[in-house]
Write a new protein. Sequence first.
Length: 650
Amino acid sequence: MVTVEDGKAVKLRGNPDQPYTRGALCVKVNRYLEHTQADDRILHPMRRTGPKGSGQFERITWEEALDEISVRLRGIVEEHGGEAIWPYLGTGTLGYLQGCEGVAGRRFWNMLGASKHWLNICSAAGSSGLTRANGTAAGMDPENFAQAKLILLWGTNTLTSGHHLWKFIQDGRANGAHVVAIDPIRTRTADQADEYLAIRPGTDAALALGLLNVVLAENAQDEEFLAEHTEGWADFRQEILDHPVEKVAEITGIPAAAVHSLGMRLAHTRPTAIRATQGLQRHESGGATLRTIAAIPGVTGDWRHPGGGVAYSTSGHVHFDIDMRYDLLEKPVRTRVMTKLASQLDDVKCLWVYAANPAGSTPDANAIRRQLAREDLFTVVMEQFPTDTVDYADIVLPATMQTEHHDLHAGYGHLYLLWNEPAVQPPGECLSTTETFRRLAAHMGMTEPSLFDSDLELAEELLSSGHPSLEGVTLDRLRKEGWVRMNYPEPFTPFAEGFPTPSGRLRFPPAGKAYVPSHAVRTAGGSAYPLTLITPASHTFLNTTFGNNPELRRRAKDPVVLVNPADAAARGLAGGQRVRVHNEGGEFLADVEISDRVAAGVVASPKGRWPKLSPGGANPNSVVAERDGDMGKGPGFHDNLVEVSPCAGP
């Protein structure tokens, strides 16, 4: 809720009547209004005047910007074909109109025959693994954690990323729930849990098998649910039996007694709710990991109980009608992969970046910088602030922020649709993403009517799918009420009677595919880089959003790398010492924090810092390899081996 005085937004607060947020805001957005009015806000179109990467620009008019862009795009299409254009879209804005779902701009790009863009950076591997199991990545309603008796927070730091869920966890705890945090890092969430298991990165699927081994030993599997609603049980049962507690303890680094104890709780506690989020699947075997974790409620039958199951993302419960108008393409075009930017830019002649900061958030950052420095690469960046990516742009277009445009939101952690009405006029010459593409289409003489649909028309189209979950959810209602829960029952047990798979059954992992060691697990022992680097979410930054905010930077302090006391002693490292975290791909600088919050062999340094505002001009993505995961081409942000060495420099 925004209070406006004399055309200026002066107060931001959460709405206490919203059932999921209950009026709470996180530290990242508490100062959002100040952020929209920051001195470094980009307010006008700009053209590069210095070398790429220098961040030197001159102000130009929108007419000049559109003229230059139009000429360059036409020339690229004529000489190289439309596929030489890569519209690179990120998750900086999570709205369906302006942001990551691609409604804004996709029809325009289809008219040019541009390459498609696979937005895989966040959750693709886990979504693919869950879909192979359940037929969808959607799962239980997170609000139903209040009804659980055992809550597993698996690879998720709820109090930093998704703190609204904590209220429902606390409601469950008040009703007797036991809360367990499973994480390579003892996070602030782990501090608040009843129990914490420090797991070796990339071995979560093995733990799932070990817990189920105890369930079988207790004969606590739900035979009726298994018979009626699953397939592949015989092979998967053998896989479970092949992973006894002692073997799993050796793989995961968790004491056998702790594995057995939690297995006993799982065997005899209904309902059990599992919250598993993106960190779990950011390694080479991420898809298999989520698929195996998804098997747990299939064995225990928790899907039949309100408050039981797995919550990964609720976005699969959103059934909008998104017509990208691929019929406008004259021929099929290739799809370029977001996290393969460094290796797939070679034949690209135009990179158009919006809602993204790849120079600060994408693997193999050093190679990306080299590509962005190419003089034959025409780069346009639509942005709000002068990010590292902006520094390499030929043309910069000023973009609106949340208080300044229409948008339709559907959270991936709840079952509500939310409408974003602009509270104030955009500052300077900032335009929304949708309006920018409407103007560019007109400037290039395009006449296809769908290119000029207004924001309200696009929103109406999204809501018109006819799916039962959207019955009665109209744009008029959303604009009046602000949010509407989709038409799902309360409590919601989505798979109590079956799954949206071809057979209607949960599909267990095939033989030998439930636990597959990740890259770091396989190679750590013989590597010159023996430490596994985890890059968790920052408590102050949202990926690289807010990375330039002075107050949030002050709270975050200088970059740190958590190092276990044993690893620090072996390297002669002292607390507060500036070090190089490095491997064959590159390095970044950080200050050592000696801590038992990470186990021996694991180091951690939060993501989200802008490279140019970091010591040495680099962040952890300089040591992240461009490596595909097993499913969905998911990235391996937590699957990297490094060494930590003293740094003589400042």
